[in-house]
Design a protein around this ligand. Structure first.
Ligand SMILES: Nc1ncnc2c1ncn2[C@@H]1O[C@H](COP(=O)(O)OP(=O)(O)O)[C@@H](O)[C@H]1O
Ligand SMILES: [Mg+2]
Length: 351
């Protein structure tokens, strides 16, 4: 049997930020260890893809990698899913069925969403991790399992232990080799490489080369907060690859919701005490609020290229309300238009 070429870490998990480089370095160090790994990170930060990478770079790589989300099963089903069952163990158990641990024999099991495992099941998992044996539901045999365990959690398990929601003994069993994946907003340097990686993937799938990407699109990607992390960025790229037929990726090819939220930052609406003259006898709250309102409306109209429906959406008010406020603030004659850059370019009537 020929040995496959060593897997490049970058081929599955992309990242060049210092935070991700530190993660890659740690993964290299633990490469051939058989110890349990706990991968933590918000949803979409790449826990599963990291677990795959750990498996692929270990000596278990020619054996199965079995991923299971513990959040997908009810309290009763999860036990049968993980440990299997014998025929007749419960209604509907018409034949013997191996669980995921047995299916992962010789390889790695990734228990994602371990934070969703109910306390009653946590004790059973602990026993498996300690004894390295399982018992199928309704079975009498004890089956030894040779499986490396990687657990994934979106919540801070230590905190859950403090709150009595997670068993402390299980936490220590799992947290042997901790890998913490930072949210995308804390590693913005990774955005351009991830963008390139996914656009390449999805345009190739369409049988095309990646077209040029406008600077405005790159800037919008950099500005956006990506609350859904890498998963959301990947979906945004897939969408662009599906809809862009204009030869260049422009802001018009992007999802409006991302574009809006990545738009120019709203003006700083705070009124620092220092900006109010010390000697002022009084300030008019109404005037200040009106000023603030006008600034926010101007901003929303600018970001949405003068489209009132979109501006109203941004300000979370009805379009008719926006119309009233525009008149009240004396902005009725404001003319804006925006080019691909999102910058106001020349005068044109409001839509
Ligand atoms: N650093 C990364 N490089 C390449 N793809 C990534 C990276 N992080 C996440 N992904 C991709 O983003 C999506 C979500 O990742 P996943 O591992 O399922 O996240 P999680 O399990 O933390 O919710 C997957 O399609 C995955 O391939
Ligand atoms: Mg996951």
């Amino acid at each position: 049997m020929t040995t496959p070429a060593p897997l490049s870490m970058d081929s599955i998990v992309v990242g060049r930020s210092a935070r991700m480089r530190a993660v890659f370095e740690f993964l290299r160090v633990i490469g051939n260890s058989d110890s349990t790994v706990l991968v933590t990170g918000e949803s979409g930060t790449g826990k599963e893809v990291t677990a795959t990478l750990i498996h692929q770079s270990s000596r278990r790589k020619h054996h199965p990698f079995v991923a299971v989300s513990c959040a997908l099963f009810s309290e009763t089903l999860i036990e049968s899913e993980l440990f299997g069952h014998e025929r007749g163990a419960f209604t509907g158990a018409i034949k013997d069925r191996p669980g995921r641990f047995e299916l992962a024999e010789g390889g790695t099991i990734f228990l994602d969403d371990i934070d969703d495992v109910p306390l009653s099941m946590q004790v059973k998992l602990l026993r498996v991790l300690q004894n390295r044996t399982i018992e199928r539901l309704g079975g009498t045999r004890t089956v030894p399992v040779n499986v490396r365990v990687i657990a994934g959690s979106k919540r801070d398990l230590k905190q859950m232990v403090a709150e009595g929601k997670f068993r402390e003994d299980l936490y220590y069993r799992l947290n042997v080799l901790p890998v913490a994946l930072p949210p995308l907003r804390e590693r913005r340097e990774d955005i351009p490489v991830l963008m390139e990686h996914f656009l390449e993937r999805y345009f190739r799938r369409r049988g095309e080369d990646v077209p040029a990407i406008s600077d405005a699109v790159k800037q919008a990607f950099m500005r956006y907060a990506w609350p859904g992390n890498v998963r959301e960025l990947e979906n945004a790229c897939e969408r662009i690859a599906q809809t862009c037929t204009c030869g260049t990726v422009r802001v018009g090819c992007m999802s409006a919701s991302i574009l809006f939220r990545a738009g120019a930052q709203p003006p700083d609406v705070s009124t620092p005490a220092a900006s109010v003259p010390q000697e002022a006898a009084s300030i008019s709250l109404d005037d200040r609020l009106r000023e603030l309102e006008a600034n926010l409306i101007r901003w929303a109209l600018k970001v949405s290229s003068g489209n009132k429906s979109r501006a109203a959406e941004l300000l979370q008010i009805k379009r008719s309300t926006l119309g009233d406020r525009i008149n009240r603030c004396g902005l009725g004659t404001l003319h804006v238009t925006a080019g691909d850059s999102g910058e106001v370019a020349a005068a044109a009537p409001l839509q």
